[in-house]
Ligand binder design. Sequence first.
Ligand SMILES: O=C(O)C(=O)C[C@]1(C(=O)O)C=C[C@@H](O)C=C1
Length: 117
Amino acid sequence: MTATATETTATEKTENAEKTGKAEKTAAEKTGARTDEAAGVITGARERIDSLDDRIIGLIQERMAVSAVIQEARISSGGRRVNLSREMEVLDHYRQALGKPGTTLAMTLLELCRGRI
Ligand SMILES: O=C(O)C(=O)C[C@]1(C(=O)O)C=C[C@@H](O)C=C1
């Protein structure tokens, strides 16, 4: 891996650490990779994961808002917050797509959307 203008090289990190007394980790130290090439791949892929996680969190927040609309409509009409038969459908949907851990994920999503029961 070649150092670009924006990157701090391992030598510069050592110099910075000497000046400030604070050690700055190299890419290899941050990623656990044993080569600069692998460290580059990991750093790039981690940026993609961070961006995907931001989108997933945004979608979860959107799901919470839509779920709140449903719950409010049901409660205002005299019904209950929770609808267990619908929850079974949601759990099954996630289990079919992701297997057993999908059920756990769906249970967490439902708790985020309607609180603990
Ligand atoms: O679909 C509904 O009836 C909802 O209230 C939404 C939702 C959900 O977030 O998926 C939330 C609470 C219910 O217990 C079931 C499902």
